[in-house]
Design a protein around this ligand. Sequence first.
Ligand SMILES: NC(=O)C1=CN([C@@H]2O[C@H](COP(=O)(O)OP(=O)(O)OC[C@H]3O[C@@H](n4cnc5c(N)ncnc54)[C@H](OP(=O)(O)O)[C@@H]3O)[C@@H](O)[C@H]2O)[C@@H](O)CC1
Ligand SMILES: Nc1ncnc2c1ncn2[C@@H]1O[C@H](COP(=O)(O)OP(=O)(O)O)[C@@H](O)[C@H]1O
Ligand SMILES: [K+]
Length: 499
Amino acid sequence: MKIFSASQLQKADKISIDNQGITSEELMERAATRAFNEIENILDENKTVKLFCGIGNNGGDGLVIARLLKNSGHKAQVYAVNYSDKRSNDFLANNQKLEKMGLKPIVLKAEEDFPKISAEDIVIDAIFGIGLNRGIKGWPAKLVHHINHSGAFTIAIDMPSGLFSDQVPSENDAVIKADLCLTFQGPKLVFFLPQTMDYVNEFKVIDIGLDKQYLESLDSSYEITGRLEAAAIYKPRKKNTHKGNFGHTLIVGGSYGKIGSVILTAKTALKSGAGLCTLYIPKCGYIPAQTAIPEVMVLTDEGEEKLSEIEFDLEPDVICFGMGTGKDLVTKEAFGRLLERTKKPMLVDADGLNILSENKELLESVPKNSVLTPHPKELQRLIGEWKDDFDKVNKVKSFVKKYNLIIVLKGAYTFVFSGEKVFINISGNSGMATAGSGDVLSGVITALLSQGYSPENAARFGVYLHGKAGDLASADIGAEGMISGDIANYMGRAFKTLI
Ligand SMILES: NC(=O)C1=CN([C@@H]2O[C@H](COP(=O)(O)OP(=O)(O)OC[C@H]3O[C@@H](n4cnc5c(N)ncnc54)[C@H](OP(=O)(O)O)[C@@H]3O)[C@@H](O)[C@H]2O)[C@@H](O)CC1
Ligand SMILES: Nc1ncnc2c1ncn2[C@@H]1O[C@H](COP(=O)(O)OP(=O)(O)O)[C@@H](O)[C@H]1O
Ligand SMILES: [K+]
């Protein structure tokens, strides 16, 4: 699923109206009816719905929903948030229809007009949608705070009012915090950025039937990775195969006290379908590694407690480097030599990334199309500071183009940057905020590379599977109870959800 900008959606609205031979009022009726159906599904009859409608088309949607609520016997109170005198035509038409039914919106013009909102009420926020073009000021801003402080379950129509689709709100801007956002045609980029995601606790996409052909023709860098997209990448195993068909992964990492990290990565690689897996670790890790995973082969470095040589006599299909290595000079130099010798795309994580950040000249030697998996702090060391999330996204886009790499920017929503594309993953949960879950992610992506997935697909699919395994683990044993090894243990079940 592509993510469109507000201006693309506004244009798609117009083109769909023309192509389908309908009026904009009819499109509004269709969009709002579908939103109403979702609302009705979750509505408890005893609840009072308080609808706050602006005077543009977002407000028009709110008025349609009010009419449908009233028609189906719900308790609804409608407020027109009179932030200006420029009512849109479709607002006016729907206002008339509502008045004919005897439901006249109460016009709010100042703070004194605000109604009481109880925590038991349901609030529908239809004040501003994608037409927002400046921060909300004055008494409407106070209304937003009034709604946010009420404790009422708040459903935003299309966008939480006050949230821009293409910029981060400033500290003083008032923005609705939506428990649920019913968003038209596709999610908006701001739903996924760390600085703005908290305004949308949950979202549901309402297909309002815009022209499919036109939407498909639109360019967008941003795409969602959900179950459908993951299933399209998945290559089921053939019957007539042997372990050599699924690749040999070499996982290089670890140091004294941090051998667990590479063990987790290797275990996950095997649990994600890698045919063979070799661990290359400092000597101190030999017995723990052999004991923890009998299925893995272990090679040891000359270094007792840290990597100092990285010399091996085998030809792996993919190399993964960096978890738990530390940044010692001997390790850095050995990593530099490894980079010189490696031609196939590899995966670099954790201290591997920190070494690259401190020695930027090494970036030139990272094989093209390699996958780098930073969390935000590691990213900052790699690319420097950013002003806000939009600036960050642009900086990462330039970085991946400059070095021909793929960046997996980890977070509650993980972003995969590849060429011009940015893939946003929607699986996963807060139970994954636990030590070692990044090591597990490296294991999945490495295993997919070894099985012949392209680096872009390995990154995108690996991130999805990692989140899905986390979701299955959380459903079974709870977010607090799960540890990163559980994510590895649920990997097979995550694959199975795609069959
Ligand atoms: N047929 C369609 O197109 C369909 C559209 N649909 C719905 O329409 C929504 C978009 O509607 P919209 O374009 O009327 O804009 P909306 O968000 O209601 O804002 C209204 C006006 O407010 C103004 N304004 C902006 N910021 C402001 C501020 N801070 N403080 C004060 N005023 C401010 C600004 O006007 P300005 O004052 O700048 O001239 C703006 O135009 C969309 O989200 C979806 O819900 C669906 O029904 C599907 C069919
Ligand atoms: N709240 C969350 N929701 C979804 N995924 C999360 C959340 N918090 C962390 N994760 C995932 O867990 C992993 C954490 O990686 P990282 O920070 O490198 O951990 P570690 O260094 O402990 O291995 C990432 O893949 C990240 O996307
Ligand atoms: K809204």
